[in-house]
Design a protein around this ligand. Sequence first.
Ligand code: 13P
Length: 311
Amino acid sequence: IDKNLNLVEEINRLKKEKNAIIMAHYYQVNQIQDIADFVGDSLALAQQSAKTDADIILLAGVLFMGETAKILSPDKKVLVPDLNAGCSLADSCPAPEFAEFIAKNPGHTVVTYVNTTAAVKALSDIVVTSTNAVHIINSIPEDQPIIFGPDRNLGNYLQSISGRKMVLWDGACHVHEKFSVQKIVDLKKEHQDALLLAHPECKKPLLVMADFIGSTAALLNYSKSSDKSKFIVATESGIIHQMQKASPDKIFIPAPPMDSTCGCNDCEFMKLNTLEKIYLALKNELPEINIEDELRVKAIKPIHKMLEISE
Ligand code: 13P
């Protein structure tokens, strides 16, 4: 890439020329969130990709988000900035093993978190995101046993909120699992006026300390409407950009992970995406997400069910 190229201008030019839309997850770097046409949580990205009239969707997030967009919009070209931007949670649940797990627990409704591959979605009865999971679990008849995967922390949290006993797949998000409870206890002591906001993918000892638990969108909304002015934020630190933009006078402290000196917790896969890669993806219309029709037809059913219930 020519060093003198103004990437933001070029991306905007390509977007117009190709009728493309850039959708970004809250965990993207600030510059990508700022150039995106739409920034949202997993649910909002899926809803938006189902209704956009753009010809090209560039999904700046991780691969399962691009897959979900392609499943919902098969006639559109779905591009991602970097095919290496996977998801540890989706990777913790390979489809063949998950199929065996389902076979060992016959008669269960299979509920999966959206952080899965298309192949795992195809094995599911209904997909959830952290925004709608409680609502969807509560909509399943009480006598119906449930398998939930792949996130054991979200699964445990859903069991405690809904009172439903579920068979859980043993997966986790490596970012949300590595917050340091001790460092957060110390931070709370230092900032006694701060509220702790946590994503339900965090481990239980952290969730029991939290003042508010929710999806990225729920944490953002809570920080906007709260009359408190200081928050310790226990999710990927990218979300703080929108929190700070919405509430410039409030203070947001990233919750620290166990193993870092930088003090904040980043997903290295989310952070693989850059403005340069977005420019190249739009210019070359690559890398593109494609899903075989047979798989797509199976995977869309549980996503549609989720979208119907979430409307
Ligand atoms: P939400 O954006 O739905 O809160 O999920 C966070 C996440 O795990 C993204 O990979």
